[in-house]
Design a protein around this ligand. Structure first.
Ligand code: NAI
Length: 456
């Protein structure tokens, strides 16, 4: 039986990044992945959706080129080409991860992994037909889409009428009418793509606002933008059934219907903890997710969990960091996970970038904060490119310590700018320290600098 210092279940962002770091640090490491390396992020999530959204952006630019003095005639979208291009992007990146694993001496098992038993000095793990021995384990099995028991939903998924994040990224023809159940991140990104390429899109959302925990002012700007582009938002509406060619939902107490050629079910994801043998070693789970501490340790010594499977923050970049924290602790290095400066992005057009406390969460926690709000039109570059757009930046500042607690943006480049705000929060720099930082000009990120000077 081959023995490893560390066996990782799952080769997504948490798993492959942890494997790379562990292998590079000299631990004899194995990753067991039943599908493709890269997990949901690379194969059916972050990366393929960004590839599609970029095609939509280019198409949008072509459609609106005349506003910038450019004549484009006959712009059209070739959906098959878009999907093929996306497949090429995914293939390149997946093979890159395979190469990284080789470079770091990590053994990859392309099969299902299952924890058989705990032994006095480690764990016995099934890797397909083989059995291997692990001194320590990192569980990084990710998450799966939630398919609630709404009548007709499961049958719709089986027949192909209802799609999840997986199938919608492979759709080779553009549906005339697309109904999106759930106005969260996946729903909005896909609604954005299909709106750009010509589908009639209806988003049915249970809450009275889209984009879940996003700052309310920002989510309403986003909603207005998309309503103007033709997306129909049915808010405060709970889906009650999926029927032949339509979705039924409750609106003001009445049954209402939205016709659909295709439906996207994007109402959240749940940790993937089934069928991996957790019960054989008594790993503790809470509401279906593995409970971890700030060092990513589970209740069982030698067993760590990182990424979506612990249900804390279902984002690829959180997963990377959690994987690193786990490996550092396995190596005996001091490290702990912090969740207060994790950026989040919605890759719509305009895009949303956010990190830390929102105005709403600060109020809920009774934090003594000052809120600075600026239009992105403070940026010369923003005006030059957007002709008076409606983008804004909001900064939430702790009054007593004069430190940033949150930054929220909607507008161009927000996705690329937000890491700077995350760094300001993570390093706990004061407003006065940050005022000395020189920002490049002209850029949209300069609005952050403007906001620093607005703090009383
Ligand atoms: P989500 O949790 O973001 O949104 C689900 C939405 O569905 C919620 O607004 C909820 O109120 C609504 N909903 C639930 N049941 C409903 C019903 N019966 N009828 C109508 N609405 C209902 O989940 P989503 O969009 O599926 O994304 C899953 C995960 O993937 C998230 O945790 C997200 O963080 C991650 N993700 C992140 C991305 C990014 O960072 N750009 C992109 C895509 C996914």
């Amino acid at each position: 039986m081959e023995t490893f210092d560390l066996v990782i279940l799952g080769g997504g962002p948490a798993g492959y990044n942890a494997a790379e770091k562990a292998g590079a640090a000299g631990l004899k490491t194995a990753v067991i992945e039943k599908r493709a390396l890269g997990g949901v992020c690379l194969n059916e999530g972050c990366i393929p959706s960004k590839s599609l959204l970029y095609s939509a952006k280019v198409y949008d630019y072509a459609k609106h080129a005349s506003s910038y003095g450019v004549t484009v005639t006959g712009a059209s979208i070739d959906q098959k080409f878009v999907i093929n291009r996306k497949n090429g992007v995914v293939k390149t990146l997946v093979s890159g991860i395979g190469m990284k694993m080789k470079k770091c001496g990590v053994k990859v098992y392309s099969c299902e992994g299952f924890i058989n038993a705990k032994t006095p000095d480690g764990f016995e793990i099934k890797a397909g037909e083989e059995v291997v021995f692990a001194k320590q384990i990192l569980i990084a099995t990710g998450s799966v889409p939630v398919i609630p028991p709404i009548p007709g939903l499961r049958e719709g998924v089986d027949s192909g009428f209802v799609m999840t994040n997986r199938e919608i990224l492979d759709l080779e023809s553009i549906p005339k009418k697309l109904v999106v159940i759930g106005g969260g991140v996946i729903g909005l990104e896909m609604a954005s793509y299909y709106n750009s390429v010509g589908s009639e899109v209806t988003v049915v959302e249970m809450l009275d606002h889209i984009a879940g925990p996003t700052d309310r002012e920002i989510s309403s700007i986003l909603q207005n933008n998309y309503a103007a582009k033709g997306i129909k938002f049915e808010l405060g509406c709970k889906v009650t059934a999926v029927e032949d060619g339509r979705v039924r939902y409750e609106k003001d107490g009445k049954d209402t219907f939205a016709e659909a050629d295709k439906v996207l079910c994007s109402i959240g994801r749940r940790a993937q903890t089934a069928d991996i043998g957790l019960e054989n070693i008594n790993v503790y789970t809470e509401r279906g997710a593995i409970k971890t501490d700030e060092q990513m340790k589970t209740n069982i010594a030698g067993v760590y969990a990182a990424g979506d499977v612990n249900g804390v923050s279902m984002l690829a970049h959180t997963a990377y960091r959690e994987g690193e924290v786990a490996v550092n602790n396995i190596l005996g290095k001091k490290d702990r996970m912090r969740y207060n400066a994790i950026p989040s992005v919605i890759y719509t057009n305009p895009e949303v970038g956010a990190v830390g406390e929102t105005e709403e969460s600060a109020k809920q926690k009774n934090l003594d904060v000052e809120i600075v709000k600026l239009t992105l039109n403070y940026s010369g570059r923003y005006v030059a490119e957007n002709d008076k757009g409606d983008g804004i930046l909001k900064m939430i500042v702790d009054k007593k310590y004069r430190r940033i607690l949150g930054v929220h943006m909607i507008g161009s480049y927000a996705s690329e700018i937000i890491y700077g705000a995350a760094m300001m929060i993570e390093t706990e720099a004061t407003i006065d320290d940050l005022k000395e930082v020189v920002f490049p000009h002209p850029t949209v990120c300069e609005v952050i600098r403007e906001a620093l000077f607005e703090v009383k």
